[in-house]
Design a protein around this ligand. Structure first.
Ligand code: DAH
Length: 343
């Protein structure tokens, strides 16, 4: 009886393939209702002289079966851990999977480059609101009330109840006024920002675009300082061989006003399909009109200054040979990824 109980018990443990199966086998083989336990309970009914021998046999059977359960449990645990370890195995010699990383938008790259060069020349970054008043965008900049530029710049007017003087700024120049109002010279600032005009999108126009403006006000600044500064900027931007030329142009807020060309950085100034005659028109500039000083409380007898403004999309198009401004805003990754550099 004990012999059979032992053999069946050992067989049941050996057959258990999982820890759960082993637990139920253990209950069946060693529990209260198990054959060995029944023999143990009936010991008292045996003749006195037989009890020591049968008792010993019962204990040995229990020992054997308990050891067998412990061994099987250890074996099953080891096997499960082995499987887990196999599943989780890490082969550190496999080549890694490189996460695809983004990059700065090409317009952001160009904007930062333009601004960084001026910062390296000692200019401080200054910003202003995109919803402006007519005063800052036009009047204070010396645009007369009926000046055609107000129309040709095709301004967008947001509907703000009780405020019919608000507009979306058409250029970054109003920040000149805000800065001169807020502080006395010396002023050396560079002004990046988004601008808005009622333009129909085409290859060279979008209703939303970005400009960078420059403003310097100090004692004794002349047109030579302006040209030297812009030339220095152009060399840092496009290469040490750069030349800059200025010619008369009209903007109400500068006198004299100037157009600024840089020598073509694609053909080196010899003349190509992009530039035609070797020069590329790149910004407007000029000496600050005294009316702006009067409008902002700066002494026009003591101070002079210069300003310049340029379009970031145009510079980025020229830098990268991009033929259509809209490509910068379509968000096509096949286009954008060509400009991806680390952040
Ligand atoms: N604000 C002008 C525009 O948007 C650009 C400009 C021209 C800015 C001459 C200036 C400047 O500061 O002096 O067309």
């Amino acid at each position: 009886m004990l012999q059979r109980a032992r053999e069946e018990g050992l067989a049941a443990f050996a057959a258990a393939g999982t820890l759960e199966e082993l637990r139920s086998a253990e209950v069946a083989v060693l529990g209260r209702k198990a054959p060995v336990s029944q023999v143990q309970r009936e010991l008292g009914r045996l003749p006195v002289e037989d009890r020591p021998a049968v008792g010993r046999a019962v204990n040995e059977t229990f020992d054997t079966l308990r050891r067998a359960v412990a061994d099987r449990e250890a074996a099953l645990r080891a096997a499960t851990e082995g499987e887990v370890a196999e599943d989780d195995r890490l082969d550190v010699t496999l080549p890694g999977r490189r996460p695809s990383s983004g990059g700065l938008h090409p317009l952001t790259q160009t904007l930062r480059r333009v601004v960084d060069v001026f910062v390296s020349l000692g200019y401080r970054v200054s910003e202003g609101p995109e919803v402006e008043s007519e005063w800052y965008n036009f009047d204070a900049l010396n645009f007369p009330p009926d000046h055609p530029a107000r129309l040709t710049q095709d301004t967008l007017y947001p509907a703000v109840p009780g405020r019919d003087d608000l507009l979306l700024r058409t250029h970054t120049s109003p920040v000149q006024i805000r800065t001169m109002e807020a502080q006395q010279p010396p002023i050396y600032i560079v002004i990046p920002g988004r601008c808005y005009r009622r333009d129909t999108p085409d290859a060279t126009h979008l209703p939303v675009f970005q400009q960078v403006e420059l403003l310097a006000v100090d004692e004794g600044l002349s047109l030579a300082d302006m040209k030297g500064t812009l030339e220095e900027w152009a060399r840092a931007m496009f290469g040490p061989e750069q030349r800059v030329r200025i010619y008369p142009d009209y903007f109400p807020f500068v006198e004299p006003g100037a157009g600024v060309d840089v020598s073509c950085f694609l053909c080196g100034g010899r003349g190509c399909r992009v530039c035609g005659n070797g020069w590329i028109e790149i910004m407007g500039a000029g000496m600050i009109h005294p009316a702006l000083f009067e409008n902002t409380g700066i002494d026009p007898e003591r101070y002079t200054g210069f300003a310049a403004g340029m379009g970031i999309e145009r510079i980025a198009m020229l830098r990268h040979g991009v033929p259509d401004i809209r490509m910068y805003y379509e968000g096509d990754v096949r286009f954008l990824s060509q400009f991806a550099r680390g952040a």
